[in-house]
Design a protein around this ligand. Sequence first.
Ligand code: TRP
Length: 352
Amino acid sequence: MADTTNVGSFEASLKRSNEVRADLAVHPEKYRMLTGDRPTGRLHMGHLFGSIQHRVELQNAGVQTMVLIADYQVITDRDTTANIQDNVYNMVMDYIAAGIDPEKTPIYVHSAIPACNQLMLPFLSLVSEAELQRNPTVKAEMEASGHQLTGLLLTYPVHQACDILFCKGNVVPVGKDQLPHIEVTRKIARAFNERYGNVFPEPVGLLSDAIEIPGLDGRKMSKSYGNSIMLGATPEETAKLIKKSQTDSERRITFDKENRPGVSALLTTAALCTGRTEQDIAEEIGDAGAGALKKYVTESVNNYLAPHRERRRELEADLDYIKDVLHEGNRKANEIANATLEEVREAMGMVY
Ligand code: TRP
């Protein structure tokens, strides 16, 4: 089997991403966006700035959008589904609070969409074991998990291809780490179409041009680092977390990512929440020191998140509504998945 996984260089992906970004602005109706998250915990500001706000923009620009909560992906690299129901409900709350409108954007879980998962069988026949073994994201996740490579983790790019192609998604907003999966998805679509006739688009990964909000220690914001400001946290919890973040002994506040990761992360956080620049804020705080900076960051974050958190509290009080949103999202996703699987069966001559 010809292996073309590595043909898609980063430059080529970036070029496609830029072309699609330009075209999206003119012809939003040509695009169906599919993207999603794993329900491994609560969502934080990194998710909000890094991906959710971008989804909301695409939704509001008239792109057909779908948001997947990838529950089966939780067990690619961990061996428990503890708290999964709670995580899923809370994700729906944060999505809606952030502006995802379930009337426009179905929110669904892939475990509830059998026809999506059934695409896995024909798709598995279109990839080789070697190319899956080589996938850098699979390798990285296997190493991070400390587990043996499970069949599910090895085939992670293939079930992600099912997620994307079941609805003929042609644009997938992703971080760089997910690009190898988009390449596999494109390859599967191409190989299927060549073998059985044209059914699937070749989706393009849309790389975010948003500034990444750092975690409070300057590393990537990640729940496992304990450096994350959770969207659902109270203002008091947020204040406490910011207060105990690590700065340094230099009193004067300056923006210097290399040498002052803690101070600089706080400045970027405040900058993103207020629309000001880091330098501007640093100058204003000046010799007032880290205490004053933390106070300013806390206020900026809590003000910025106040409307989100207020909507979230209302949604928390109405779990029946959250369940309805998911059931309706699942119903729509099933309709789409069944139609696609029907086409796949027909293309393959499996009509009896
Ligand atoms: N793998 C993605 C992540 O870990 C989540 C995901 C699952 C996804 N299915 C997807 C993203 C389909 C984009 C498209 O973040």
